[in-house]
Design a protein around this ligand. Structure first.
Ligand code: GLN
Length: 541
């Protein structure tokens, strides 16, 4: 039976609970165990798919088509274990399940209550489908003390007794702030947070303390004493230069040893060679490139979390440092702003929704095509590149997407029917917005000898999607006559998946999100190739 590690957070949010969970998962994996990571989100949305990136950051899509919390991206990037729909649940989904059952009459005669019905549903979710795994790491979103996380905390408390002895360990992540006027690190917020946790009935086994400097022995003893944990189980989590250093730094602090001790287990020391190699490449790059991301949510980096990481992975693959310039696309709607792009080595237009900023993105794609600057269009960025080429190469000045309103030239149009495997998926134009896009992994066939086939080293790929609109296959002949090549199509040949311009240093648009599958130890080939093209470009100027 799997062993469970429950990770809660205290004092403040944004301490990096997701990263802490992911790094611990990577460490246990490096010691020979299999792991799965799960996230419990206390908000009422059924999933984050309908939330603005400003509210929630990126929406991470799994192979099986779930729109999930961005922490699942960290989990995959650190462990390489593909996340599944069953790895993220929200209060909204739990209630949706219970209320559907209630309406069906499943509880006939009974009163439906938070305890036991909601807590049972949470426990069922935590335990489901875990038999083949050594460790399941379960991160509880939010901060201890929030009203909305109470049912989740109650559920994981109960699990401590439901599971066999030594099968549940609780980790609490807190902040130990340095107060300049006192010249000291303060443990009181941690004490209060653990007190709150203990009042719910959860005694943490390990306390992980985020801090910007060493926590002196005396302070650690104090935390141990007041929080009722063993002194060696107070682990400092010092700020580090790169997130990929976290597994190395946790191991140096014996975090993984203490977790295994808490379970009464022992294991050979971890093989951290992959993390040391990543760290070496990160700290000793042999060059640098600057990539412009022309998007809409550039004020909030979390909105493009996987994208930024995938670019850094491309840097790791080429042993160069990647600088990202986040540029608000609307600024390129003014004629003179475009000159700014002359200073970057490559341009990337990421995923996006809605009309605002579109003309600026089209201007950026036009600049990249005409000035022979490497261009990578992802999802919306591919649609933008195609609209630009239709307008300026194929003499279709009204080319547009039906996403922006009615148009005579729907070069990009709404899809209401497509094929997945052997099944036909259908959508209605006025159906629900939540969970109804083309979502998850779909196969694509690549044109032999095309640039993308060369980059991937194969002609059969599977990538994750999250979009409602598609490049209209009927326009393909007109565009190909102008030098574009649709080098990737859905297996039935109906949906353009990839466009490239062979007569350009590097111009590729993809309808999917390759960034979701990139890992630091296995950089996505498109990102590795794009950064290489940027490097070649930087040597030109
Ligand atoms: N808005 C576009 C669509 O829905 C692109 C979506 C995206 O970039 N993820 O098709």
């Amino acid at each position: 039976m799997a062993r469970f590690i429950f990770i809660t957070g205290g004092v403040v949010s944004s301490l990096g609970k997701g990263l802490a969970s992911a790094a611990l998962g990577a460490l246990l994996q490096a010691r020979g165990f299999s792991v799965r990571l799960r996230k419990l989100d206390p908000y009422l949305n059924v999933d984050p798919g309908t939330m603005s990136p400003y509210q929630h950051g990126e929406c991470y899509v799994t192979d099986d088509g779930a729109e999930t919390d961005l922490d699942l991206g960290h989990y995959e990037r650190f462990t390489g274990v593909p996340s599944r729909r069953s790895d993220n649940v929200t209060t909204g989904r739990i209630y949706q399940t219970i209320l559907t059952k209630e309406r069906r009459g499943d509880y006939l005669g009974g009163t439906v209550q938070v305890i036991p019905h909601v807590t049972d549903a949470i426990k069922e979710f935590v335990l489901a489908d875990t038999d083949d795994t050594d460790f399941v790491l379960v991160e509880i979103g939010g901060t201890v003390g929030d009203i909305e996380s109470l049912p989740f905390l109650e559920a994981i408390r109960q699990l401590g007794n439901d599971l066999p002895m030594h099968h549940a360990v609780y980790v609490h992540l807190t902040l130990v702030p340095y107060i300049p006027s006192a010249g000291e690190l303060k443990t009181k917020p941690t004490q209060h947070s653990v007190k709150e946790l203990r009042s719910i009935g959860i005694q943490p086994n390990v306390i992980l303390c985020r801090c910007d400097r060493e926590v002196p022995e005396g302070e650690r003893r104090k935390i141990a004493l007041f929080c009722n944990v063993r002194p060696e189980n107070v682990i400092q989590a010092l700020d580090v230069g790169s997130i990929y250093e976290v597994p190395i730094s946790y191991h140096a602090e014996k975090f993984d040893d203490r977790i295994l001790d808490a379970f009464g287990l022992s294991a050979p020391p971890p093989d951290l060679s992959r993390w040391h190699e990543i760290h070496r490449r990160w700290t000793q790059p042999e060059g640098e490139v600057t990539i412009a991301i022309v998007g809409k949510y550039t004020g909030l980096k979390d909105a493009y979390k996987s994208l930024a990481e995938a670019l850094y992975h491309g840097g790791i693959a080429n042993n160069v440092k990647v600088n990202i310039e986040w540029l608000e696309s609307e600024t390129f709607e003014k004629a003179d702003a475009i000159a700014h792009l002359e200073e970057v080595d490559a341009i990337l237009v990421p995923g996006g929704f809605g009309y605002r900023g579109v003309e600026g993105k089209i201007a950026a794609a036009n600049f990249a095509r005409n000035h022979r600057v490497p261009y990578f269009g992802i999802c919306f960025g591919m649609q933008i590149a195609v609209i630009e080429a239709a307008r300026n190469l194929a003499a279709l000045p009204h080319a547009s997407s039906t996403e922006f309103g009615p148009t005579d030239e729907p070069v990009v149009g709404l899809m209401t029917e497509w094929v997945r495997g052997n099944q036909r998926e259908t959508r209605s134009q006025d159906g629900d917005l939540g969970g109804t896009m083309r979502l998850g992994a779909y196969d694509a066939s690549l044109k032999p000898h095309s640039r993308v086939a060369e980059i991937y080293g194969t002609t059969a790929i599977s990538e994750r999607h999250r979009h409602r609109y598609e490049v209209n296959i009927n326009y393909v002949p007109k565009l190909e006559a102008q030098g574009l090549v649709f080098s990737g199509l859905s297996p039935d040949g109906q949906l353009p998946e990839i466009v490239e311009i062979p007569d350009h240093p590097w111009f590729i648009g993809v309808q999917f999100h390759p960034e979701l599958k990139s890992k630091p130890f296995d950089p996505h080939p498109l990102f590795a190739s794009f950064i290489k093209a940027a490097l070649d470009q930087s040597r030109l100027v």
